[in-house]
Design a protein around this ligand. Structure first.
Ligand SMILES: NC(=O)c1ccc[n+]([C@@H]2O[C@H](COP(=O)([O-])OP(=O)(O)OC[C@H]3O[C@@H](n4cnc5c(N)ncnc54)[C@H](OP(=O)(O)O)[C@@H]3O)[C@@H](O)[C@H]2O)c1
Length: 249
C-alpha cells in the first residue's frame, strides 16, 4: 500500500507538530491535522492541509466529527494512514507520591484515546480501501523502569492493542505498528531529565522522518510489530536509572 494521505492525531504535540509539517512538505499530500487544543497556526496555510481543532479523542461527539471529517477529506483518494501522537507526558515520580487522578489521566490519554481513534477511523479506512495506524510506545515497556508504572502500563496496552488491531483488520487492508521510543529531546523531556544523555536523545525530526518513511514510501508493510527507535547511548547501559533520575528528597 502506498498512500499520500495522512492524519496526524495530536498535531499540537512536540512530535505531531513536526510530523504534520514534514508530511505537508509535499504539496501532493492530503494531511488532516487534528488536535484537542489548537492545531499550530503555521499549518493552516499549507497546501493540502486540513486542520481540525477541539477534538478530544475520549469524547464520542469529537470522534464522530473526526470520522466524518476524515471521510470528506480523503473521499475518493484511496488508503490513508493515521499516526497517533497522543498521550500526556509522564514526569518521573514514585507512584506513592503521585496523585491517583494524575496516574489515571496519563493512562486514559495514552490508551483510551487510541481505542477511540481506532474505533472512529477504522471503518473509514476500510471503506477507503485500507490504511495504516502508527502508534507510539516507549522503551520503558521493555525495561520496566521505576517511577513510570502507570505510563509504562498504558504503553504496554498501546502495544497490545496495536497488535490485536493489525490481526483483526488485516483482511480489510488495514495494518498497524507501534514505534517504541527512547527519550525524545522535546522541551518537556529535557526539563524532566536534566541528567540524561541528551547528546544521544532522538529528536522529533528523526522520529517524524522515520514514521513518514514507513507510512508513505514502503509498498508493503510488516504489520503487528513494535519497532524500537533509539540512538545508541555509550553511557545508558553503564548508568543506573537513579543516577539519571535522582530521587526527590
Ligand atoms: N517525548 C518522548 O520522549 C516520548 C518517549 C516515548 C514515547 N512518546 C510518545 O510519543 C507520543 C508523542 O509524544 P510528545 O512528546 O510529542 O507528546 P506531547 O508533546 O507531550 O503531547 C501530548 C499530546 O497528547 C494530546 N492529548 C492528550 N490527551 C488527549 C485527548 N484526550 N484527546 C486528544 N489529544 C490528547 C495533547 O493535546 P493538548 O495539546 O490538547 O494537551 C498533546 O498534543 C506520545 O504518545 C508519547 O507518549 C514520547
Amino acid at each position: 500500500m502506498l498512500t499520500q494521505n495522512v492524519i496526524v492525531l495530536g498535531a499540537s504535540s512536540a512530535i505531531g507538530r513536526v510530523l504534520a509539517h514534514r508530511a505537508a512538505s509535499s504539496g501532493e499530500r492530503r494531511v488532516l491535522a487534528v488536535a484537542r487544543s489548537e492545531v499550530p497556526e503555521s499549518l493552516a496555510p499549507l497546501r493540502g492541509v486540513t486542520c481540525l481543532s477541539g477534538i478530544d479523542l475520549c469524547s464520542e461527539k469529537s470522534l464522530n466529527t473526526l470520522a466524518a471529517t476524515a471521510q470528506t477529506v480523503f473521499q475518493g483518494r484511496g488508503p490513508f494512514a493515521a499516526v497517533h501522537c497522543v498521550g500526556d507526558f509522564w514526569r518521573h515520580a514514585p507512584l506513592t507520591r503521585t496523585p491517583l487522578a494524575e496516574s489515571l489521566r496519563v493512562v486514559q490519554s495514552n490508551i483510551n484515546t487510541l481505542i477511540g481513534a481506532a474505533t472512529a477511523l477504522t471503518p473509514v479506512m476500510i471503506a477507503a480501501g485500507g490504511g495504516r495506524f502508527v502508534t507510539f510506545s516507549c522503551n520503558s515497556v521493555r525495561h520496566n523502569f521505576p517511577n513510570m508504572a502507570p505510563f509504562t502500563a498504558a504503553k504496554a496496552a498501546v502495544e497490545s492493542f496495536t497488535r490485536s488491531l493489525s490481526n483483526e483488520c488485516a483482511p480489510q487492508g488495514v495494518s498497524a505498528f507501534a514505534v517504541a521510543l527512547s527519550s525524545v529531546a522535546t522541551e518537556k523531556v529535557m526539563r524532566d531529565e536534566p541528567n540524561g544523555d541528551h547528546a544521544h536523545y532522538l529528536t522529533p525530526e528523526v522520529v517524524a522522518d522515520f514514521v513518514l518513511a514507513q507510512v508513505l514510501t514502503l509498498p508493503h508493510q510488516a504489520t503487528g510489530n513494535v519497532l524500537s527507535l533509539f540512538e545508541a547511548s555509550p553511557s545508558f547501559f553503564g548508568t543506573g536509572y537513579f543516577d539519571r533520575h535522582p530521587q526527590p528528597a
